[in-house]
Design a protein around this ligand. Structure first.
Ligand code: ASP
Length: 434
């Protein structure tokens, strides 16, 4: 286990860092909304002040600050996943456990996603946010190619691990790291020597995570200020019904489904879990990327929730890539919404197809901003709904992306805790520690 990261390198307690991140978020949000109002004001719009705000502040300072922060998080992902998973696999006493852990994890990931999308479809058909909507004439959405299921399976296996790392192909990196770690356990003394090296490297990479977390309050400030300055809140007003249904189901799933599963399947206290998840949730909200948040999720799950690296190093990267409950919720509501807006009735078989496609679609699509819309195109095609309908919801998607990414990573962490607990790999003492 790495050093307890509740103490920042400067010696300040971690609680204050989470607090500063929350302050950074609130300040970024308020600054963004204010700038947006200013940009729209009659006296400013079209003049030199607008130019100055847009190029100097929004696309200048905020863009640079946010982009550097995102890059510094992303640069950690591949080294962290590789080193951490090699350590995890190589220290498994019995390698067949990896299969068992994998089976439980996949089963729970699929189950939570199926619950998520079912809740979404139910909510959309009860509230009917798309009924009676006037469709604008100029809707369009350029579809990108979503990978087929067979290709997705084949693509899990890397033919070139260096390329997999340079492209950040997480499933391939996971497979290579697990194989490498497995070979280390079979190699006797050389394997054990190498394990020491990887354990040291793991400690160093995790230390780097804590160093970079120190600048997080400024990073999240820049990301949120830029988004809200450009986005404003007017898009929400136009799509109010849809926005509220997605948000409502996301909150229900995050605040009811996961706590219920945590409590019933592992007996863990959901409130302690929620309190400790504040930092990764704020990162996910600000970056809208499960992948970029991965270092923080992994660190929290291991050092604050007490999950052993043997489990977390495998389940968290896997979850960031394939488990996207929040995304599935958006897809469920969006499908119902688009069908209602176009006056198309979905049959029960269609609904089942949506559950199946959306659950499978989340496998093999990376956890990066906006990817949910590409997967949505795949779901819509499956049930013969017009893909241009995505044009209706695109305006509010960035905001919902932030919330659903927070749900996505909360699901990864909840499943990880449940699996770890069932394997006797969760330290109750660390979990309960304040
Ligand atoms: N941004 C989401 C994630 O990274 C994916 C999506 O819904 O677009 O988890």
């Amino acid at each position: 286990m790495t050093e307890d990261l509740t103490v920042a390198p400067t010696g300040r307690p971690r609680r204050s860092l989470t607090f500063r991140i929350l302050v950074g978020m609130a300040a970024g949000l308020a600054t963004g909304v204010l700038l947006n109002l200013l940009l729209r004001a009659d006296t400013v719009a079209g003049g030199p002040v607008e130019q100055l705000i847009r190029t100097g502040i929004v696309d200048g300072v905020f863009y640079v600050g946010g982009a550097v922060f995102m890059a510094s998080l992303k640069l950690l992902v591949v080294p962290l996943v590789f080193v951490s998973l090699v350590c995890g696999t190589a220290s498994l006493d019995d390698i067949s456990r990896l299969g068992r852990i994998g089976g439980k994890t996949l089963g729970l990931y699929l189950l939570t996603t199926a619950i998520a999308i079912t809740l979404a479809l139910l909510a959309a058909s009860i509230v009917r946010p798309g009924a009676g909507l006037d469709l604008p004439a100029d809707l369009s959405f350029a579809t990108k190619q979503a990978p087929g299921f067979a290709d997705t399976l084949v693509n899990i296996f890397p033919s070139n691990p260096v390329r997999a790392m340079s492209e950040g192909n997480m499933l391939q990196v996971i497979v290579f790291a697990a194989l490498f770690g497995f070979a280390m356990t079979l190699s006797g003394a050389p394997g054990r020597r190498l394990l020491e090296f990887f354990q040291d490297a793991n400690a160093v990479v995790l230390r780097l995570v804590t160093v970079l977390m120190e600048v997080a309050p400024y990073g999240v400030f820049c990301l949120l200020a830029k988004i809200f300055a450009l986005q404003g809140l007017s898009a929400i007003i136009q799509m109010f019904g849809y926005f509220c249904v997605v948000l409502g189901v996301l909150l229900v799933h995050g605040m009811l489904t996961y706590p219920a599963l945590l409590r019933t399947l592992s007996g863990l206290d959901p409130l302690t879990f929620a309190r400790k998840m504040r930092a990764p949730i704020s990162f996910a909200f600000s970056t809208a990327s499960s992948n970029a948040t991965l270092p923080v999720t992994l660190e929290t799950v291991e050092d604050r929730l007490g999950v052993n690296n043997k489990v977390a190093s495998f389940t968290i990267p896997l979850g960031a890539t394939i488990n996207m409950d929040g995304t599935a919720i958006m897809q469920g509501v969006a499908t119902g919404f688009i069908a209602q807006a176009y006056g198309i009735d979905l049959t029960l078989v269609d609904y089942l197809m949506v559950v199946l496609t959306a659950t499978l679609a989340s496998i093999g699509t990376a956890g990066v901003p906006g990817v949910g819309l590409i997967m949505l195109a795949m779901v819509l095609k499956q049930v013969n709904l017009p893909v241009e309908g995505i044009g209706l919801i695109i305006g509010v998607d960035r905001l919902l992306d932030m919330v659903r990414t927070a749900v996505n990573i909360t699901g990864d962490a909840a499943v990880t805790c449940i699996v770890a607990k069932s394997e006797g790999e969760l330290s109750q003492e660390i979990f309960e520690l304040d």
